[in-house]
Design a protein around this ligand. Sequence first.
Ligand code: BV8
Ligand code: ZN
Length: 247
Amino acid sequence: MDLNEAAKLLGQARHVVVFTGAGMSAESGVPTFRDALTGLWSRFDAQALATPQAFDEDPALVWGWYEWRRQLVQRVRPHQGHLAVARMAAHTPELTVLTQNVDDLHERAGSTSVTHLHGSLFAPRCTECTRPAPVPDTTGDQPDEGRRVDPPRCPHCDGLIRPGVVWFGEALPQEALEAAAVAASTCDVLLTVGTSGLVYPAAEIPRLATRYGAAVIQVNPQPTPLDPIARVNLRGPAAEVLPSLVS
Ligand code: BV8
Ligand code: ZN
């Protein structure tokens, strides 16, 4: 594994972008998007649940899935890979985290410049007046082993509250997209971790970085469509590989 080449590229970089997907949270115990559907949810397809249509059709089922995921994230902790990314920022003049993940593990590990391309489990909002809504206080509740949970209603306009994530078919937040395009087109190194590079337009980001001359380093136990653009391919899990890239 050419860890030394990767560590050297990162050590010399002025601006590093760390681009993460669901594989970054896997070793914390958060199932990746595709295998987030085990047990209770196994007869559903994530891509079918993560849509405005599914929420319109059955708000309680979709809200229940996101509440289950949010409560799961609240019960787990960032791993050594998240902590390594936070430490990397201390050694790099500029470091931007662009994540496709809707959990808060990068922030809880101490990363400060985190852009959520697909929103967050911790930013519910009203479907009508779009005002932000409070995250339900479910501390102490047993994780809801049921499936359906009626979404709360907006205190201002009585509209249905929805998860603050980007569903399939929805546009990514403009400011996140712009921040990602600026970061990808000005960085020297883009470290892509735990993403299959299949979901667009986020999957454009590593490709954009190479077009602007950045070196791409990939951390993933599996081959992905990003292999051909990676200068260095580190075939291994995030929690093991990332700490060896930063002192
Ligand atoms: C949009 C939030 C248009 C919700 C998610 C071309 C251009 C534009 C759009 C499209 C296009 N072609 C198709 C589309 C439509 C669609 C799309 O890309 N579909 C795919 C399936 C082909 N895109 C969209 O709909 C996007 N919107 O384009 O809108 C528009 C424009 C203007 C106006 C109106 C509309 C919106 C996409 C965002 C969807 N929301 N998440 C939620 O979380 O519930 S996407 C979701 O799936 C994740 O956020 C992630 O981005 C994606 C993939 O999830 P996973 O499979 O879990 O993760 P990943 O793929 O990253 O795979 C896990 C990886 O980790 C694997 O490689 C594995 O090997 C690795 N791994 C495992 N363990 C470890 C590990 N790596 C390291 N360490 C380990 N331990
Ligand atoms: Zn409202």
